[in-house]
Structure formats: structure tokens, C-alpha cells
Design a protein around this ligand. Structure first.
Ligand code: SF4
Ligand code: SF4
Length: 463
């Protein structure tokens, strides 16, 4: 019988041989197409979504051409019935941070194990814990917000200013940047004061209203690291560290950008994973950095897949928003389902179509199952298996993969074709050992036996 290691090696070799075979590119007939200017694809969403070219000056000086990894992208006009390719079918309500998956775990509304697991699922791996610790140093209200300078400095017109802000974010090492018209419903209605309060107190005593409403959102995206993901199972010891890497990096960029904008005399608030005031999914859609996926509220970028995390800055600095994008993902997710096939918790639906959720259409993913698996995973720290197996991830930068994304962005038939190629090469399910650089401590991966004390309780008197 073939050893597991040999099988991994075989996949890798056959892929390399395939990459060398330039003739295959001609057979696919896509090389010319992916180098050509962006063209309009077949409609992936109903025709009442209007598309047009992106705004002039939409892209930065440092990144003058958008890098969609080969996918064909259309730009959707903003309107009240759609956010990009997500249909609005009712009133989208602002939600409380206390109703998000991890908060439900902290409140004990998923299971006892999930409640205990929430408080140690990242720091139980020492590396994830170290990055997460660094992230908390930029989480205070003083770090994310403040008063703008009393005098407004002279600034360029909104289009040039948008370019400049993107260049500043790229300079600070963002991988992708977008500017959106801030959807008012993307703000949280209430924010959690301290997650440990949720364990011991009624939820109303653990939250405060979040009232900011600013017109624009700048979204910065950072890759979770390709080689690391190629070597991992998706839910081993490095998984939470991959998230923390990007949370920490995007958080740093966001607080600097917000401080910079405030020093120009405008309001700006940073939102990052240690202090979000807004839900990132709709911000990503509004700023032209992705579409919603079969996984529910996670947005996928055409080049990075969902191998990313984001932070954001909301502001009243005069800017020109980018347009939401459509790269055919709704058609692709309809026929793919690879994340649902591989999710260890069964959280991702196999339904053919999205359904209504809080006034918009999305695939009906079970957030509680996903959260429970991630916080109580005793084989590692958290989970990103869906991220690893998605055909829009796991790829080296090559003409072959650009061709794949070009095909994948052209409707259901092409999507089926790309998915079969992806499966044929074992993408997403392989582990490339040569990239495995991190250390594992399986003895540390048990769920914590206890819960944190009540921060609202009076301090114990010393004897
Ligand atoms: S993170 Fe893991 S458990 Fe959650 S949906 Fe993705 S694969 Fe499933
Ligand atoms: S794995 Fe397939 S169905 Fe799941 S998000 Fe990726 S493209 Fe969509």
C-alpha cells in the first residue's frame, strides 16, 4: 500500500510536470485571455444589477493594476437592493457583537465545552497566544479612536486622496486595500465591554451601544500565508496563529491610518479583531474586495480566496468609493461545495441556493457548529479547513492557476470544470511537508477545565 508521504509527493510531482507542459495552456485556450484587459463575463447574478468599469483612479500608484489572480471581474453599481452580488430582500438589522458566534460560546449558549474552550482556544498554542497578546496592545479605545485635529489640513481632491490612502496602506504592508461606501447596517448595534463578563452576567450588562455612523470604510487585507496553509491540515496547531498573524498586521495598519486621518482633521475609527465596531463581511463587499461564499458570511477575494483577515477604518475623509465586484463566485459556490464536503463540524450547508438571513440572501451555514468545533478542537488550535480546501486558495502563483481562476469566473459549466481539475490534483487536501516550519504541542490542546472569574465581581479581600 502506498504510504501517505509518497502520495503527497506524487501529487506535487504531477502538478510540477503539468505546470511545465506549456502546450496544455494552449489546449485550455486561456493564456491570451487572462493577459487581455478585463472583459465582461456571463451574468452570475440577475440582470437588474448594473455593472460598469471601475472608477478612474480607483487603483493606487504602488499597485496600479488590480491583482485578481487571473479571474474576470465586473464592477457592480451601488444600489439599495444589492450589496455587490448579495441580494437584499428586507431590512438588514444592525446586530449586537454579543450575538456573534464566539460571544454565544462565551455566554454558554452553545455548550459547556465551547464556553470553556472560547477562553483558551488561541493561547493554548504558545505561538498563537504570543501574537494574540501583541494584538491586545493595540485594542484600547485610545488606540482605535480619538478626536480629529481641530484644523483641517489642505488635501487633494477625493479621487487623488483615495489613491493616496491606498498607497499609504500598501506602504504599511497591506496585501489588498479597498474603499467602500459604509453600509449603515454593517455597524454593530452594541459592543461587548469584556468577554469574561458574558460568562457571569445578563447580556444587557455586558454590552454598550455603538453609535458611530461615518460615510466611508477603508478595508485592509493581509494574506494568512500560502506556504503555511499548504503544509497544515487546516485545524492543527498553527491554524489560530495564521488568523492572528493577519489580525495583528491589519490592526497595526488600521490604527496608523486612522490616526493619520485624524491628524488631517477628519474623523476616523479603526476596527480590528481585538476591537471591532463593525462586521467585516459587508465592509469587504462594499469596498470591492470580495463576494460572500457558501460558508455564510465569510467573503472571498478572487486572488487570496479567504486566506486573509481584514481590519477597517471608518471615516468622513472625502473619498471616492470603489465598486463591489462580481467574479462569478455565486455560480461557482452553487456547483462546488468542497468546503461543505470537508468541514469537520458539518457546519456548511449543501443547499443549492442561498436563503434569507437578517434581510439578505446567504448560504445557510450553522455558525454554532463552526464555533463549537473551533473553540473546542483538541487536535489543534481553531480551524481554517474550509479556507484550505477552497479551490480559490492553495495555489502557487503560476499561469496555470491564473488560467484556473479565469475559467472559474465564467459561469456554472466552467466552475464544474475547474472544480474537477482542483480535485484531480488533490488541491486543498494535501499537506506539503517541506513547508511545515512550526512546532506542535498536542498535550496543550485540551479545552480549559475552568472559566475566568467575573470581572464585575468585587475583588477578593486578602487575609
Ligand atoms: S472554520 Fe472549520 S468548522 Fe468552521 S466552517 Fe470552516 S471548516 Fe467548518
Ligand atoms: S469551497 Fe467551493 S463552495 Fe466553498 S466557498 Fe470555496 S468555492 Fe465556494
Amino acid at each position: 500500500m502506498e504510504e501517505k508521504g509518497e502520495q503527497k509527493h506524487k501529487f506535487e510531482m504531477s502538478r510540477r510536470n503539468f505546470l511545465r507542459a506549456g502546450a496544455t495552456a494552449t489546449a485550455l485556450g486561456v493564456i491570451g485571455a487572462i493577459k487581455a484587459p478585463v472583459k465582461v463575463a456571463n451574468a452570475a447574478v440577475p440582470s437588474n444589477v448594473k455593472f460598469s468599469a471601475g472608477a478612474a483612479g480607483q487603483w493606487s500608484k504602488l499597485h496600479p493594476e488590480p491583482d485578481y489572480g487571473g479571474a474576470t471581474v465586473r464592477y457592480a453599481e451601488n444600489n439599495d437592493q444589492w450589496l455587490g452580488t448579495s441580494k437584499i430582500v428586507g431590512t438588514v438589522k444592525n446586530i449586537s457583537e454579543a450575538d456573534m458566534g464566539f460571544a454565544l460560546a462565551a455566554r454558554g449558549l452553545i455548550s459547556d465545552k465551547a464556553q470553556r474552550g472560547f477562553f483558551n482556544f488561541v493561547p493554548k498554542h504558545p505561538f498563537g497566544g504570543a501574537i494574540s497578546w501583541a494584538r491586545t496592545w493595540i485594542a484600547s479605545e485610545d488606540a482605535v479612536d480619538g478626536q480629529p485635529a481641530p484644523e483641517k489640513l489642505p488635501i487633494p481632491d477625493p479621487e487623488q486622496m483615495s489613491q493616496h490612502i491606498k498607497d499609504a496602506a500598501y506602504f504599511l504592508r497591506a496585501d489588498e486595500v479597498g474603499i467602500g461606501k459604509m453600509p449603515p447596517y454593517a455597524y454593530y448595534s452594541h459592543k461587548i465591554i469584556n468577554p469574561a463578563l458574558l460568562v457571569h452576567n445578563p447580556v444587557e450588562q455586558c454590552v454598550k451601544p455603538f453609535t458611530e455612523r461615518l460615510p466611508y470604510v477603508i478595508v485592509v487585507m493581509v494574506d494568512q500565508h500560502l506556504e503555511t496553509m499548504l503544509a497544515s491540515t487546516g485545524y492543527d496547531g498553527i491554524s489560530a496563529s495564521q488568523s492572528m498573524r493577519s489580525y495583528h498586521a491589519t490592526g497595526n495598519i488600521a490604527i496608523i491610518l486612522a490616526k493619520y486621518i485624524r491628524s488631517l482633521g477628519y474623523h476616523a475609527r479603526a476596527h480590528h479583531a481585538a476591537n471591532y465596531g463593525a462586521v467585516m463581511g459587508p465592509c469587504i463587499l462594499a469596498s470591492g474586495l470580495g463576494e460572500l461564499t457558501r460558508t455564510g458570511d465569510c467573503a472571498l477575494h478572487p486572488r487570496l480566496g479567504f486566506r486573509h483577515k481584514v481590519a477597517a477604518v471608518t471615516t468622513d475623509l472625502p473619498l471616492v468609493p470603489d465598486k463591489p465586484i462580481d467574479f462569478g463566485l455565486q455560480d461557482f459556490c452553487r456547483v462546488c461545495g468542497k468546503c461543505a464536503d470537508n468541514c469537520p463540524s458539518g457546519a456548511i450547508t449543501h443547499d443549492k441556493d442561498p436563503v434569507e438571513h437578517n434581510g439578505y440572501l446567504r448560504w445557510n451555514t450553522d455558525m454554532k457548529k463552526c464555533t463549537e468545533f473551533r473553540v473546542a478542537n483538541e487536535e489543534g488550535s481553531s480551524c481554517g479547513r474550509c479556507m484550505k480546501v477552497c479551490p480559490w486558495n492553495s495555489k502557487e502563483n503560476s499561469w496555470f492557476h491564473q488560467a484556473g481562476l479565469f475559467i472559474g469566473s465564467h459561469g456554472e459549466t466552467s466552475s464544474k470544470f475547474l472544480k474537477s481539475i482542483d480535485d484531480m490534483f488533490g488541491y486543498g487536501t494535501e499537506q506539503i511537508e517541506k513547508y511545515k516550519w512550526w512546532l506542535e504541542w498536542p498535550e496543550l490542546y485540551k479545552v480549559a477545565p475552568g472559566l475566568p472569574p467575573n470581572p464585575a465581581a468585587p475583588p477578593a479581600t486578602s487575609k
